[in-house]
Design a protein around this ligand. Sequence first.
Ligand SMILES: Nc1nc2c(ncn2[C@@H]2O[C@H](COP(=O)(O)OP(=O)(O)OP(=O)(O)O)[C@@H](O)[C@H]2O)c(=O)[nH]1
Ligand SMILES: [Mg+2]
Length: 257
Amino acid sequence: MNQKIKILVDRMLSGDKPSLARLISLIERESPEVPEIMELVSPSQLQPYRVGITGLAGAGKSTLVNKLTSFYRKQNLTVGIIAVDPSSVITGGAVLGDRIRMQQHYLDEGVFIRSMATRGCYGGLCKAVEDAAKLISVSGKDILIIETTGIGQTETEITKVADVVVMVLTPGFGDSIQLMKAGIIEIADIIVVNKADIEGADILVNEIRNELKYSTRKKDQLVMMVQASNDIGVAELFEEIEKKRLENNLEERILKC
Ligand SMILES: Nc1nc2c(ncn2[C@@H]2O[C@H](COP(=O)(O)OP(=O)(O)OP(=O)(O)O)[C@@H](O)[C@H]2O)c(=O)[nH]1
Ligand SMILES: [Mg+2]
């Protein structure tokens, strides 16, 4: 047993943020100590509610994550955030962008924010991201938010690690239509048309509603118009996510009875 790792894991379990950050760095670097770390983390420890925020690049996901985090903090819930960068290396720009958008939360003891590259795991969420999500989960967070970008498998992979999936689309680009045509929209519990201040938002909402008529899912998908940067519709989105979290807890409690 590696004593150094054991101490780090113990500290992380008691909520120490620097220890959590160091352990995630080891995971990201694919250190040989990773299996040992993961073994020390028991899956029976309390799990947070996992919110997946996915969608197109630049759709306003981080802006939304930032605002949702404020709502959770107002309720005294602690939040862990993983922003997954789909490029081969984390670009200074992306990380800097997240830092600016989530600035207010970096100094908050109740929030842990981490950007990760999905290096070497083309076509899905990395094992490293899943491991990091596990660590954040057991470090005592109430809520875990995972932000992913891209068209294709990254979206479908998110359903494996999230209890609720929010897909963020924007008007004015053909890409949103592409996502619908590819059937990717089916994985979303809530579809957000963000940047509703831009022309074409109503048209996109109608197109999504039409497309959802053919969805193979039961008709439980919500479509919401939001302006993340103007704080319009964000409170309503938060309430819908909260409803799902509370239903989820209830289901769990019923299962345990
Ligand atoms: N017009 C308008 N711009 C917005 C809105 N919400 C966010 N933005 C802007 O959209 C840009 C991208 O926002 P981000 O939150 O970084 O988007 P993202 O989806 O996280 O981007 P990536 O992580 O790089 O894929 C920023 O300049 C935001 O200020 C909105 O409601 N309306
Ligand atoms: Mg982002």
